[in-house]
Design a binder for this molecule. Structure first.
Ligand code: BGP
Length: 490
C-alpha cells in the first residue's frame, strides 16, 4: 500500500454544544433552557446514567428560583459567549476545517413561543459564523442539542405537544434564512434516540406533568413530533439554502454479545435495532417495522396528522452523523457480570477492553465496526460528529497538559476510521472530536471530565481564571490535520 492519508476535503474539526460551552445564560436576552435547570450532584454514581439525569418537576421549580451557577454549571459553560473570538482563533490554529456547534434556541426565541426572534441572539451567531469564515472554517450547526426553552416544557408539555413542531419550525426558518450564506452543514436533533433515556433534556418531558398517561406512550408521541419536525426542518433548509446538507444524529450504541450463546447474540442485536429505529425513520422516511411491532406489543398508539407520513417520506436526510465513544456488552442474563458505563447507556464489562476513568470501555475497532454497520444499512455518507476521551487533566507549571492518553485514544480511532474507508469502502465526510475545547460534561455536569485539545482553567465549582491553554494533543492534532492523517503512518 502506498502512503496512507484521508480522502481529500475530509472535514477535520471539533464539536461542541451551546449549553455546555457558551455560558452567558441570561445575557443578550437569552431565555432559560432545560439544560440551565440541570443540577450537578457532587456525590453521584458516575456509572449510573439514569441517576445522573433523573429530574422531577420539583427539581425544575427549584432551579427556576435560583441564580446559582455553581450547582447549575450549564449556566456558566466555559464562557464561550465572551471568549468566542479567542476560541475560534485557537481552533483555527489547529487548522480546523469544520466546527460543530449548536444555536441555542433560547437565544433566538427566549421562551420559544414568541412571534419575533431576539435580534441580539441572532447577531451573536452572526459574529460567531463570521469569525469561522475568517479562518475558512465550515460551521456544522446542530439545530437542537438538548436546548429547548424550559417555558415550552412547562407550559405546553414539551415535544408531546403538536404546537412545539410549529414553534421549532419558526426557529428553524429564522436561523436557516438568517445564516443562509454562512452555514451549509446542518444537523436536526442531537442524539434523537436519547429521548428514551433522558426525556426532559431531549424533549422537555416530566413524568408528573402527564398524570394518568402511559409515560412511554408520551415519549413516543413526542418522538413522532421530532421525526416530523426533523423532516420539515430538512425541507426548509433545502429550500432556503439550496446547496445545504442536512444530517440526522444518532447515539451509536455498539453492543457485542457477551458470549456466543445465541441468547446473548440476540440480545445485542435487539438493543442495536432498538436504537437504529431512529435513524431508520430519518433516512428511509418511514417508521421501521421493528418500532411498529414494538408499539403493537406495548399497546402504544401514536396520534398522527394526515400529512405526517408524506413529510417524512419526502424529506430524508442527506447524511448520517453519529457519536461514538465506547462499546458495550449485552447478555440475556447479566447475573455475576460487572456493569460498565458509557454514553447515556450502560452494559456489561468487556474483559478485552480497557476503560476510561468514568468506566467507558475504550474500543477503537468498535468505531470501524460501527462505521461498517451504519454504511451497510444506509448507503449514505457518514459523519463522525462526536468521539473523544473524557479524562482528568492536570495543567502543568509551564501551562500545558501532557495528555498522551488522549493522543493514544485519537491515534487508534483515526487508524480504524481509515481502515473503514480504505478497506471496507465506507464513505466518511469528516470527523469532529467531541469537546475540542474543554466544556461542561453533558451527563455528570462536571468540568473535571475534560475532552478538549484546549484546556480551560475552571473547576467543578466554576472557580478559575477561564484562561485557555494548548494541550499536547493540540499540537498533535494540528499535525494530523496538516498532513490529512499521513503523519500517523510515518
Ligand atoms: C453526548 C452528547 C454531548 C456530550 C457527549 C459526552 O451524549 O451529545 O453533549 O457531552 O455525549 O458525554 P459526557 O459529557 O456525558 O461525557
Amino acid at each position: 500500500m502506498g502512503k496512507r492519508s484521508f480522502p481529500e476535503g475530509f472535514l477535520w474539526g471539533g464539536a461542541t454544544a451551546a449549553n455546555q460551552l457558551e455560558g452567558g445564560w441570561k445575557e443578550g436576552g437569552k431565555g432559560i433552557s432545560v439544560e440551565d435547570c440541570m443540577r450537578q450532584h457532587f456525590d453521584q454514581d458516575l456509572r449510573d446514567y439514569t441517576l445522573q439525569n433523573h429530574v422531577t418537576l420539583e427539581n425544575v421549580k427549584q432551579a427556576l428560583e435560583t441564580e446559582d451557577e455553581v450547582n447549575y454549571p450549564k449556566r456558566r459553560g466555559v464562557d464561550f459567549y465572551h471568549h468566542y473570538k479567542e476560541d475560534i482563533r485557537l481552533l483555527a490554529g489547529m487548522g480546523f476545517r469544520c466546527f460543530r456547534m449548536s444555536v441555542a434556541w433560547t437565544r433566538i426565541f427566549p421562551n420559544g413561543d414568541e412571534e419575533a426572534p431576539n435580534e441580539e441572539g441572532l447577531k451573536f451567531y452572526d459574529s460567531v459564523f463570521d469569525e469561522c469564515r475568517r479562518y475558512g472554517i465550515e460551521p456544522l450547526v446542530t439545530m437542537s442539542h438538548y436546548e429547548m426553552p424550559v417555558h415550552l416544557a412547562l407550559k405546553y408539555g414539551g415535544w408531546y405537544s403538536r404546537k412545539t413542531i410549529d414553534f421549532f419550525l419558526r426557529f428553524v426558518r429564522t436561523i436557516c434564512f438568517r445564516y443562509r450564506d454562512k452555514v451549509k452543514y446542518w444537523l436536526t436533533f442531537n442524539e434523537i434516540d436519547s429521548m428514551i433515556r433522558h426525556p426532559f433534556t431531549s424533549a422537555g418531558l416530566l413524568e408528573e406533568c402527564f398524570p394518568g398517561k402511559n409515560f412511554e406512550e408520551v415519549v413516543f408521541q413526542a418522538m413522532h413530533h421530532q421525526f416530523v419536525a426533523s423532516a420539515a426542518a430538512t425541507q426548509i433548509c433545502h429550500e432556503l439554502i439550496p446547496d445545504s446538507k442536512v444530517g440526522c444524529m444518532l447515539t451509536k450504541l455498539t453492543y457485542y454479545p457477551y458470549s456466543c450463546r445465541p441468547e446473548d447474540v440476540r440480545k445485542a442485536q435487539e438493543i442495536m435495532r432498538s436504537t437504529y429505529c431512529y435513524s431508520d425513520a430519518q433516512v428511509f422516511g418511514e417508521y421501521p417495522r421493528f418500532l411498529l411491532s414494538y408499539f403493537r406489543k406495548k399497546g402504544i398508539v401514536i396520534k398522527k396528522e394526515p400529512e405526517d407520513d408524506r413529510i417524512m417520506k419526502e424529506n430524508p436526510v442527506d447524511f448520517v452523523s453519529f457519536s461514538y465513544y465506547n462499546s458495550y456488552c449485552a447478555a440475556e442474563n447479566g447475573e455475576g457480570l460487572i456493569r460498565s458505563g458509557g454514553n447515556t447507556a450502560a452494559g456489561y464489562r468487556n474483559p478485552y477492553l480497557p476503560e476510561s476513568e468514568w468506566g467507558w470501555q475504550i474500543d477503537p475497532m468498535g468505531l470501524r465496526i460501527s462505521l461498517v454497520d451504519l454504511y451497510d444499512r444506509y448507503r449514505k455518507p457518514l459523519f463522525i460528529v462526536e468521539n473523544g476521551l473524557g479524562a482528568k487533566d492536570v495543567l502543568s507549571e509551564n501551562g500545558t497538559v501532557e495528555d498522551e492518553y488522549r493522543i493514544a485514544y485519537f491515534d487508534a480511532h483515526f487508524r480504524e476510521i481509515l481502515n473503514a474507508i480504505e478497506e471496507d469502502g465506507v464513505e466518511v465526510m469528516g470527523y469532529t472530536s467531541w469537546g475540542c475545547i474543554d466544556l461542561v460534561s453533558e451527563s455528570t455536569k462536571q468540568m473535571s471530565k475534560r475532552y478538549g485539545l484546549i484546556y480551560v482553567d475552571c473547576d467543578d465549582y466554576g472557580k478559575g481564571t477561564y484562561c485557555r491553554y494548548k494541550k499536547k494533543s493540540y499540537y498533535w492534532y494540528k499535525k494530523v490535520i496538516e498532513s490529512n492523517g499521513a503523519c500517523l503512518f510515518q
